[in-house]
Design a protein around this ligand. Structure first.
Ligand SMILES: [Zn+2]
Length: 434
């Protein structure tokens, strides 16, 4: 039995974090080996959104890197930055996306206000800091939306006063390769399993572990991953599917037909999800949905989900491309309700698509000499092969105006990850292991 410490705060305010100079931050000087979990709500629509902090917790270990504290990728629509309260020095940062950002691009999100749960896991500061919640503007620059002053001493005192006990299940070690601070810790959360499904759940977890590590560049980096399984079940088997009239009170409340797309399988219950994970070392989350209906979804540094459909061995790596790599979809689908998320007049932040507004910041340095930009489509390349590296029109849901690196890629149609996507994934793996 582990003691769970929870602190309730409500905060608001529009303040600004100090200068964001990138310096060599020493972990032990500024942080302790605990995780600060922050639970908050993002409330709003396309015009405006606010953040309401709900609670904080201190978890038993910090699974992330102790050397790579500043995010070098500048990817994601949101970013959290932890700054020294005294001198404004930037101590820790991570970019991420959220389901709210897709909601705001749906027709409903234009005007109608909705509330979405979000959770951050940060290293526990050992001195007074400002935690800055940042949002990217239409000019692509991050600006601080809210700033929260965090004093670890008073936080601990309040946590001690408001503590209660929570039983945490011991996680299953599906693959353990060493110290979490030097490994990529992936937690598989079973969804849609009932009390009689325990044996199946464990078998499915081993399959998902194989799917996670089955494709390049994951397979070559197999020894850099720890994979954990949460051994919890819900009340009944199956996944909610509104179009089929199926409603299940599952562990983390996932559902097909998110934002009106049949195959888009997601959960909005982030607090439940992170409660299920508890203190398990966690850099990335996979939700394994107990359904054979095709579906899945993922958001950068948020979570990835796939059902157990026969395509899961491909769907899961594709979704991990989003959740771990921050990669964009390279396919075209102009009917998606949230498909307007990429403006054609600015360079998208994802590394594997370009509007040619600033192609030099993308894979220009990887192109063979003499490659025409844009590159004419080459229909001779068969599905399952990348084909030559180029700049091919049709990506990011748009048939025109957005370009991708190859004819076929995992992020388009389940071919192997292309060289651009594989490079970014390897660079991100290094962030956890170097
Ligand atoms: Zn690609």
């Amino acid at each position: 039995m582990k003691k769970k410490l929870v602190l309730f705060y409500i905060f608001s305010g529009l303040l600004f974090c100090g200068s964001l100079q990138a310096q060599n931050v020493k972990f032990k000087k500024y942080f302790e080996n605990y995780t600060l979990r922050i639970n908050y709500l993002r409330i709003g629509n396309r015009q405006h959104d606010t953040i309401n902090l709900v609670s904080m917790e201190r978890l038993s270990t910090w699974a992330g890197s102790q050397t790579q504290l500043l995010d070098p990728f500048d990817n994601g629509d949101y970013r959290v930055v932890v700054c020294d309260h005294v001198n404004g020095r930037k101590l820790y940062s991570r970019g991420y996306n959220s389901l709210f950002h897709e909601y705001r691009d749906t027709p409903q999100g234009k005007d109608s206000v909705a509330s979405f749960e979000e959770v951050l896991r940060l290293p526990w500061p050992q001195r007074k800091v400002d935690i800055c919640f940042q949002k990217r503007g239409s000019d692509q620059l991050y600006r601080t939306q809210y700033q929260y002053y965090f004093d670890p001493d008073s936080a601990i005192r309040r946590l001690m006063q408001q503590s209660w006990l929570r039983v945490e299940a011991t996680p299953l070690r599906l693959q353990y390769k060493g110290d979490s601070r030097k490994k990529i810790d992936v937690v598989i959360v079973p969804e849609g399993y009932g009390p009689s499904d325990t044996a199946k759940m464990r078998r499915d977890m081993m399959s998902f572990c194989d799917y996670l590590l089955g494709q390049e560049p994951f397979s070559s980096r197999r020894n850099d991953f720890n994979v954990w399984g949460v051994p919890l079940v819900g009340e009944a088997s199956g996944i909610t599917d509104p179009k089929k009239g199926i409603s299940v009170n599952s562990l983390v409340g996932s559902s097909y037909n998110t934002f009106g797309s049949d195959r888009y399988l997601m959960t909005t219950h982030l607090f439940k999800l992170h409660d299920a994970i508890g203190s398990t070392p966690c850099d990335h989350i996979i939700i394994m949905a107990n359904s054979t209906t095709y579906g899945g979804g993922a958001i950068y540094n948020f979570y990835a989900m796939s059902s157990l459909n026969e395509m899961a061995y491909m769907v899961l790596p594709h979704e991990l491309g989003h959740s771990i790599g921050g990669l964009a979809d390279e396919y075209v689908d102009e009917n998606l309700s949230y498909g307007d998320m990429h403006s054609l007049t600015v360079e998208p932040t994802e590394p594997n698509i370009t509007t040619l507004v600033n192609f030099q910041s993308k894979w220009a340095d990887m192109l063979p000499a003499g490659t025409p930009v844009p590159t004419p489509a080459n229909d001779e390349v068969s599905r399952g092969e990348n084909g030559p590296l180029g700049v091919y029109e049709g990506a990011g849901y748009h048939a025109h105006g957005i370009y991708r690196p190859v004819m076929h890629c995992m992020m388009r149609d389940y071919a192997p990850f292309c060289p651009v996507c594989a490079k970014r994934l390897n660079d991100i793996f290094d962030l956890y292991t170097k």
